[in-house]
Design a protein around this ligand. Structure first.
Ligand SMILES: CC(C)(COP(=O)(O)OP(=O)(O)OC[C@H]1O[C@@H](n2cnc3c(N)ncnc32)[C@H](O)[C@@H]1OP(=O)(O)O)[C@@H](O)C(=O)NCCC(=O)NCCS
Length: 187
């Protein structure tokens, strides 16, 4: 499996078809927790059939260099999905940029697990995928996410009004980014 990343506590990787029951279980269990932070999902979002297509699509988009959609597993429970990290909208020459989104199970917050998963994922996107800039945006009231981005070195670049349609409402967002200072020309 390409793009399988390891940390002391975690495995962070692309999903396979075998992961679908665990993905759906994670999403159903955290539905009420995640809904306020996310766009309205399609009606079949919690169905295995939806994820069968998504897993294929994500793999194709990874191979084409358009996206990297990772799921997070704990090493001591490697079949249980505890979160996800999405690097979307890769733009190559001359921008070399992508957008980052992430979430972790409510019960797994406050242990530094997301920071650990993001740290290894960002290194991969910068070094293996030749990315120069990662953009990540958060709603001003989501201070937990803001703290996490700050701790990873993301810099605030401004605030955008009515930026993203979250749970059916146009929400302002704080715009942040992280630049790969070790980027070298690989055109
Ligand atoms: C945003 C979100 C991922 C943050 O998760 P988190 O658990 O707070 O993030 P981390 O895993 O990095 O944990 C950091 C916290 O754990 C604490 N912590 C405990 N043990 C730690 C360790 N070994 N290493 C680092 N931090 C540790 C830190 O003190 C820190 O808390 P603080 O910021 O209050 O000081 C999570 O709240 C979430 O999924 N929210 C819903 C979806 C969402 O908002 N997504 C982002 C949209 S922009």
């Amino acid at each position: 499996m390409p793009a399988t990343l390891y940390t002391s506590r975690l495995i962070v990787r692309l999903a396979t078809q075998e992961d679908i029951p665990a993905i759906v279980a994670h999403l159903v269990e955290n539905r009420d927790f995640l809904v306020p932070f996310e766009p309205i999902r399609p009606s079949d979002f919690y169905d295995r059939s939806y994820w069968r297509q998504q897993v294929i699509r994500s793999y194709q988009q990874f191979q084409a260099g358009h996206a990297l959609r990772l799921f997070i597993f704990e090493r001591d429970a490697p079949k249980v999905v505890i979160g996800s990290i999405n690097f979307n909208n890769f733009i190559h020459y001359p921008f070399y940029c992508c957008s980052l989104g992430y979430s972790i199970a409510e019960s797994k917050q406050g242990q530094g697990l997301m920071r650990e998963a993001l740290t290894v994922s960002i290194v991969h996107v910068f070094n293996a995928m030749n990315c120069h800039r990662i953009q990540a945006n958060y709603m001003p009231r989501n201070q937990r996410s803001g703290n996490l981005l700050k701790s990873l070195g993301f810099t605030v670049e401004g605030e955008a009004k009515d930026y993203l349609l979250i749970h059916g409402v146009w929400e302002d967002h704080v715009l942040t980014s992280l630049t790969n200072l070790n980027w070298t020309t690989r055109i």
